[in-house]
Design a protein around this ligand. Structure first.
Ligand code: FE2
Ligand code: FE2
Length: 204
């Protein structure tokens, strides 16, 4: 591994945290009264992200940890991934209008939240103690492998992200745009003499 790349790469533990944040944020966008299209887009986005994340952990992170500290959590981590994969398959085989779709989605969310909580409170802090000098190198290895795993699925990833953008996401996007245009326009107004005196300029 290129030593410069290893030094510049985010640590493997921070990359894992970023993956968790992305997937949990996507889970939080799902609501039972969303359209079937939005639900499927969100669920598909989560399923692909979980599959890639679990494979990366199993190929790179867990073996590095096992070589140093075989904790109780490491022993149950792969069976927990397998349970998550079973729910992913179950969800993919259902239509969003099906009576069990929401239930399966929230069961997956529940499983993932417990697993993520254990990783973030037990495994990652341990890794930062016992693998301190390898975190960057392992992060770079994970980035390289992620590109290999995501490239053949890029169409699937982009399609589900577009479908996941329901009216709520569009409203949030419009709100963010309005906030940006307000912030961009603000300094120009404050440059005028009236603004310097602290008075308001009213457009006529
Ligand atoms: Fe995991
Ligand atoms: Fe994880």
């Amino acid at each position: 591994m290129n030593p410069l790349l290893s030094r510049l790469s985010p640590s493997i533990t921070n990359m894992i945290r970023m993956d968790h944040t992305h997937v949990l944020t996507t889970f939080h966008q799902y609501q039972a009264d969303d359209s079937a299209r939005t639900k499927k887009g969100l669920a598909d986005t989560i399923c692909v992200a979980l599959e890639i994340h679990a494979q990366l952990e199993e190929e790179i992170f867990y073996p590095a940890m096992r070589a140093i500290a075989d904790t109780e959590f490491l022993q149950k981590s792969v069976p927990e991934h397998d349970q998550m994969r079973r729910l992913v398959t179950q969800l993919r085989n259902l239509e969003p209008g099906h009576a069990s779709y929401d239930e399966t989605f929230f069961e997956l969310m529940n499983n993932v939240m417990h697993h993520v909580a254990d990783e973030e409170t037990l495994l990652l802090p341990t890794a930062e103690r016992v693998l301190a000098d390898r975190l960057g190198e392992l992060g770079a290895e994970m980035t390289k492998r992620r590109l290999q795993l995501a490239a053949p699925r890029s169409g699937e990833i982009a399609g589900s992200m577009v479908r996941s953008m329901g009216p709520r996401s569009l409203m949030l996007g419009a709100g963010a745009l309005l906030a940006c245009s307000y912030l961009v326009g603000r300094p120009r107004a404050s440059r005028g003499p009236a603004a310097e005196r602290g008075t308001h300029v009213v457009a006529r």
